[in-house]
Design a protein around this ligand. Sequence first.
Ligand SMILES: O=C(O)CCC(=O)C(=O)O
Length: 344
Amino acid sequence: MAGLLNKLKLVAKQTFMPERKAEPVTEFAYDTLPWIDKKDADVESFVQHYPAAKNLPYDLAEKMKFWRENGYVILDQVIQTAWLDQLWREIEELIEHHEEYQTLVRIDLPEYQSKPVQPVKDIPESVLNGPYIKFNDFHDNSVIGKKIMLHKNIVAFLEAVFGDKVIGMQSLLFKYGSQQSTHQDFAYVVSEIPSHLAAAWIALEDVHIDSGPLFYYPGSHTIGKFNFGNGIFFNNKSTLDPNDFAKYLDETCQKAGLQKETLLIKKGDVLIWHAALAHGGDEIRNLSLTRKSFVCHYSSDKAYRHHRQNPNVDPIRRTINGADVFVNPHMPDQEDIFTEGKKM
Ligand SMILES: O=C(O)CCC(=O)C(=O)O
C-alpha cells in the first residue's frame, strides 16, 4: 500500500505543471486600445452624437482626426488666465512658506540623489525656487489646481478620445524646464490599461525658445515599443534604462523621418499628448528664463480604478465637469488647503 501511495505521489509530482511566468508586455493589446486608436474609428459619426462637441472653443472633429494622425493636439487659449495666475500665486506661497506644507517635490540634483522626493517643508527655499524641481500632485492641495486639471475644455477632448469618463491621475508643476530626455509616458505612468493614458501640458506663461521648451515627435505614437529587458514598463527589474529608451526613441523617430517639434505656446494654451508620443524637455539655454507649466496625466474610468498609492482601497472621488480625481489617501489633511479657487 505504502509503495502504491509513493508511486501515486511521484506521478502527481511529475504531472504537476510548474506555474508559468507571465510573458513580458511588449506592445499595447489591440483589443484594449481606446476606440480612437483602432483602425475603423469613425470620428465624424462619434462627434455627431457627442453633445459636448457643440460648446467648445475648438473644432472637435478636426482635433480628433489630427490626434489620430499625429498623437497630439494644441488647444489655443482654452484656460482663463485668472485661474493660471491664481495657481502660480499658490506656488509662490508654497515656496515662500514651505515649512508649513507637506507637498512632495522631486529634486533632480546630485546632492539629493539618495532621496530625490521629499516634502517641501524639508527643502530650502533657494532650492525650491531653482531648476531641477518638480512639485508633485499639487492639485491635491489646491482647488484651482483641480479645476484647471479637470477644465471642461480638456475633459471634453479626453472623454472623446477615451470614449469614457476621464480620471485625473497625477500632476507635475514646473518653474523651469525639465530637460528630461526623450521618453513615452506609458513606461513610467502606469494605468491598468497602459494605452488609456494621456497628458496635458498647460502653459502658465508664454514659452521662450531658450527656456528649455518641451519637444515632441509628431506621429511617434505608432512606432514599435522599446523593451527595457522586461517589457515596455521601466521598473526595478529592467535591465535597460531611461538613457537607452531615449536613444532608441530618437534613433527610431529619425529613421522613420519624423521631425522633432518645439512647443512654443502661449499662456492659456494647452498641448494634449497620447500615451505613446515621444517627447522630452530641451536644454535650458538661458538659465534666467522660467518655463512655468502644469503637466497633468489622465486615464479612463475603466483603466484607473484605484489611487496608485493605495491600490486595495476604493478611492474618495472629487468630480468636476463629469471627470474624477482621487483624494490623496496619504495626506487627507492637506487636501484642498488652498481654497481660493472655490470663488473662481
Ligand atoms: O515639461 C517637461 O519638460 C516634461 C514633462 C514630461 O515629459 C512629462 O511629464 O511626461
